[in-house]
Design a protein around this ligand. Structure first.
Ligand SMILES: C[S@@+](CC[C@H](N)C(=O)[O-])C[C@H]1O[C@@H](n2cnc3c(N)ncnc32)[C@H](O)[C@@H]1O
Length: 219
């Protein structure tokens, strides 16, 4: 969740409140850091193997990222944030009740411990107050290893056209013609390009930090 706003300033997600964008991004980062730290503290290492694989990976990432952020050696993160309390985070988040990006970080973050324990469904809480529908109608998306489009179909169903551009990539261009047919309803936003994710994307014509979301399933 940390670094959710990274990307070039021109291509990155535009917030609903551009005037206060820098502060909002900082609060997003700060809240994400707080909730990741709280998750790590709430769950013992011995408990981890009982979780679903993707939650185990999230916990591994949390173990890696939280000391790094706390060290003060991470650009844009103030080591003093390690002293943040839930009350402090809530007060910051409530400064911008209409900024859906921030509210989503807060809603998912504050439920993260229950999410990992599968007591709360992430999508369900993200749909509260139509948050998911209000999110990122201008999202620039890259899919890696899209192949026959199994993952793509789910992404499109979830997005319901609320995105700006979708780059469909695979190591083989042999999938593209039939994908063009399958997803013809998205044709105005869909482009196809070869990408081998085991080689540097910037050497294959892809611009660094230019996507808001990167999807990939079973690659
Ligand atoms: C099991 S399929 C999954 C396809 C699709 N993501 C889905 O969910 O239906 C794996 C796909 O990854 C692609 N692939 C394998 N190695 C790759 C690489 N190095 N870079 C990009 N795509 C790769 C394959 O060509 C194949 O289309």
């Amino acid at each position: 969740m940390a670094d959710i706003m990274s990307g070039s300033p021109d291509d990155a997600v535009k917030l609903e409140d551009p005037e206060n964008q820098d502060e909002i991004i900082e609060i997003c980062e700060r809240a994400a850091f707080f909730y990741l730290r709280r998750l790590r503290q709430a769950i013992s290492l011995s408990e981890e193997p009982s979780f679903k694989v993707h939650f185990q990976r999230l916990l591994k990432f949390t173990s890696y990222i939280t000391p790094l952020l706390a060290s003060g050696n991470y650009e844009g993160v103030d080591a003093k944030w390690t002293a943040d309390s839930l009350e402090a985070i809530e007060a910051l988040v409530q400064k911008y009740p209409d900024v859906v990006d921030l509210q989503l970080v807060h809603v998912v973050g504050s439920n993260l411990i229950d999410i990992v324990h599968e007591k709360v469904d992430t999508l369900e809480i993200m749909r509260n107050n139509n948050m998911l529908d209000r999110l990122h109608p201008h999202m620039n998306i890259l899919e890696i290893g899209a192949g026959t489009g199994g993952t793509t179909r789910s992404v499109f169903e979830g997005l319901r056209r609320k995105y700006s551009a979708y780059k469909y990539t695979d190591i083989s261009s042999g999938f593209f013609e039939s994908a063009r047919q399958i997803f013809k309803d998205e044709a105005d936003k869909l482009t196809f390009t070869k990408l081998d994710i085991e080689s540097d994307p910037s050497l294959q014509g892809f611009q660094d930090n230019s996507y808001d979301l990167i999807a990939g399933g079973l690659v």
